[in-house]
Design a protein around this ligand. Structure first.
Ligand code: ADP
Ligand code: MG
Length: 245
């Protein structure tokens, strides 16, 4: 489902200014990801663990085609991302990808229901449901995440856990082949976090959705098929829970 090869991401730390000779100062380069190879099978749950700043969010952004790597390749759902322009990537994401953000990223002026409708409206024409059908799907998803009584609430009228449930419902609305989640429980209390995790695993089992989840949550990691330990922009080791390495 995902084949990443030699993924490297570098950022120049622009410090500005000029040297005594009037030439711009050379910009020190920060290597955030350094030659990452990763294969994720269809239906697999892969958890990415690593300390803050180890490149987890960067890796997710590259695998999902939100950002372009400095070098290396990502093949996602049979498509080489480097061959696609921005419009084609956006179309691929709308069709095949779900993303749950750490900070929820709901649209504040839209209701819960309208937020979940957004990805349905972005589906390619041949997959797009009619409006009445889209509404039924979105309501079904909100019911599924326990928010059947909150359709018309705006994000500000929802608790953090409820907002993240809307985020999960939204991420599943396009029936993605791959769902990426960046610390989906990071802003939630323990109990609410566990509910969100249960939900992700249930949806994985019911729909066979491939999950790539960044987390600090060791309980969540223990339930994954594989755990990728990132350290300083490299894969330090890959662990299969239940199969000690
Ligand atoms: P993690 O999610 O593991 O905490 P990130 O992938 O967010 O780590 O970031 C890894 C490193 O890359 C950090 O040191 C961060 O400051 C740096 N970084 C991330 N994005 C950018 C960017 N757009 N420009 C410059 N540096 C960045
Ligand atoms: Mg991060």
């Amino acid at each position: 489902m995902i084949v990443a090869r030699n993924l490297t991401q570098r950022y120049s730390r622009a410090i500005g200014g000029t040297g005594r000779d009037g030439e711009p100062l050379p910009e020190p380069v920060l290597t955030v990801l350094d030659g990452v190879d990763l294969d994720v099978e269809e239906g697999e749950v892969v958890v990415v663990l690593g300390p803050s700043g180890s490149g987890k969010t960067t890796l997710l952004g590259l695998l999902a085609g939100l950002d372009r790597p400095s070098s290396g390749t990502v093949r996602l759902a049979g498509v080489d991302l480097e061959d696609l322009d921005e419009d084609a990537r956006a179309a691929l994401r709308a069709d095949r990808i779900g993303f749950v953000f750490q900070g929820f990223h709901l649209l504040p002026t839209l209701t819960a229901l309208e937020n979940v409708l957004v990805p349905l409206e972005l589906l390619p024409r041949e997959r797009a449901p009619r409006p009445a059908e889209a509404e039924a799907i979105a309501k079904g998803l909100l019911d599924r995440v326990g928010l059947g009584a909150r359709f018309d609430h705006h994000p500000a009228q929802l608790s953090g856990g409820e907002q993240q449930r809307v985020g999960v419902a939204r991420a599943f609305a396009n029936e993605p082949a791959v769902l990426f989640a960046d610390e989906p429980t990071g802003n939630l209390d323990r109990e609410t976090g566990e509910e969100i995790v249960d939900l992700l695993f249930e949806l994985n089992e019911q729909h066979g959705t491939t999950l790539v989840v960044v987390t600090h949550d060791l309980e969540l990691a223990r339930r994954a098929h594989r755990i990728v330990h990132l350290s300083g922009g490299r894969i330090a080791r890959i662990e299969e829970p239940g199969h000690p390495t």
